[in-house]
Design a protein around this ligand. Structure first.
Ligand code: AMP
Ligand code: MG
Length: 403
């Protein structure tokens, strides 16, 4: 049986990059840039005033308190009419280009104008050369990599793309994810569960998680534990980039998933992973370079399904979308209480991570009742990772998967 690390490596190895497409930057939020964004220009394009005040020649103010002639006014979006000469100042607003000849800006607060003589300005202090000026090319040089490929597009990147790339981004297209919920016991939201029946929680939950990862979802609904019905659904699901099958993947008498998948040419990569909850996870791939589909058979228990999604499906979706260097694990959480994992599998335990005032990040394992317990998971923002057969003491550091 593979360890979590080995299984994650297999998922990454079999994942592929989806084709790229150009789209408006605002629609690319959460997606990854498919190529380096290289600055086509230097920025700023001109020496720029960073304060409202007066553009001056710093050397004019070397003797301290001086009086300069105001020759013009330059507001943002306009340029100077004249070259500034010694003894002169230009009134200048934030964002405006410095007049040629000037090298510095003094803030309006450090100047004084006599109401009798509004054409002159008293400079109240010595101006340091270059002060309150952002030099041409001081932020970006032409040809510089501004955002490396693989970076996730957040609002700041949307701003940069608007500045440098016509508000467009080249990204890997969104993956399509098909979802099948298997189980004779399952009913949809509009039906009152009869004896022995339960509601389908996994279908909608997996859809929500896939959407959160940036995927486009196709729900294939509830499918009975019946060979023909499941076979049909799998055939349809294999049209997507990723197929998620909830339930029916273990060794129960009606767990047809693994057999039917292999019948349809899905090559098994692994079945079962050394973790709790989530051990029955099945992973395979159909198709070569043409139109491949990654298939995850997720355990039916809702919490197991959720844990497997966060660890493995999310990793696959990140790879497909080209989001580089996104590990599911965050380390360095201080455990708030003792915890024992007596079992022989590593446990991913629902927990609440927080930051104490002035202290480091802490993590508190919740009172979780096992793999069917979603209610406690709703109070969790993390899964604390505990090694097999290990006793932990409060104050020890552990890593976690954020959920
Ligand atoms: P299975 O993996 O099919 O053996 O199912 C394991 C457990 O998860 C059983 O108790 C199922 O009733 C439950 N289960 C399976 N599918 C779902 C689902 N879609 N929503 C909620 N519970 C499920
Ligand atoms: Mg089942």
């Amino acid at each position: 049986m593979l360890s979590v690390t080995e299984a994650l490596e297999e998922v990454s190895r079999h994942a592929f990059r989806l084709p790229t497409k150009e789209c408006p930057a605002i629609e690319a939020m959460g997606m990854a840039l498919a190529e380096d964004l290289i600055s086509p220009v230097e920025s700023p394009a001109f020496d720029k005033a960073m304060m409202d005040g007066f553009a001056v020649i710093a050397a004019d103010t070397d003797c301290g308190n001086v009086n300069l002639e105001i020759v013009e006014e330059i507001t943002a979006g306009n340029t100077a009419n004249e070259v500034l000469e010694s003894g002169q100042a230009a009134r200048i607003m934030t964002g405006a280009p410095l007049p040629p000849g000037a090298d510095s800006v003094i803030m309006v607060e450090d100047t004084q104008i006599d109401s009798e003589n509004v054409d002159r300005v008293q400079i109240l202090q010595r101006v340091k050369h270059g002060s309150h000026v952002l030099k041409q090319g001081g932020l970006l040089t032409k040809g510089q990599v501004v955002i490396p490929a693989g970076s996730v597009i957040r609002p700041v990147e949307v701003g940069i793309l608007a500045d440098l790339a016509g508000a467009k981004a080249l990204v890997h297209r969104r993956p399509t994810v098909a979802i099948i919920s298997t189980g004779d016991e399952l009913v949809g939201p509009s039906i009152e569960p009869g004896p022995g029946q339960i509601r389908n929680t996994n279908g909608p939950m997996l859809e929500a998680m896939a959407i959160e990862c940036g995927a486009e979802v196709k729900q294939l609904g509830i499918v009975r534990d019946n060979r023909d019905e499941l076979s049909e659904a799998i055939k349809e699901g294999l049209q997507a980039d990723v197929l998620l099958i909830s339930g029916g993947m273990s060794v129960g008498v009606k767990d047809f998933g693994p057999v039917l998948l292999e019948e349809q040419g899905v090559e098994k990569v692994f079945h079962k992973v050394h973790l709790k909850p989530g051990k029955p996870l099945w992973f395979g791939k159909q198709g070569g370079s043409d139109n491949p589909t990654l298939v995850f058979g997720l355990p039916g228990n809702p919490a197991s399904s959720l844990v497997c999604f966060h660890l493995f499906v999310r990793t696959a979706l990140n790879e497909l979308m080209g989001r580089s260097h996104v590990s599911p694990f965050v380390s360095g959480f201080l455990l708030t209480r003792d915890f024992v994992n007596p079992g022989n599998r590593p446990v991913f335990f629902p927990a609440y991570a927080s930051r104490k005032d002035g202290g480091g990040a802490t993590i508190a394992p919740l009172n979780w009742k096992g793999s069917a317990d979603l209610a406690t998971l709703s109070q969790a923002n993390a899964l604390a990772c505990f090694e097999a057969n290990t006793q932990y003491e409060a104050g020890q550091f552990v890593s976690a998967v954020m959920v």
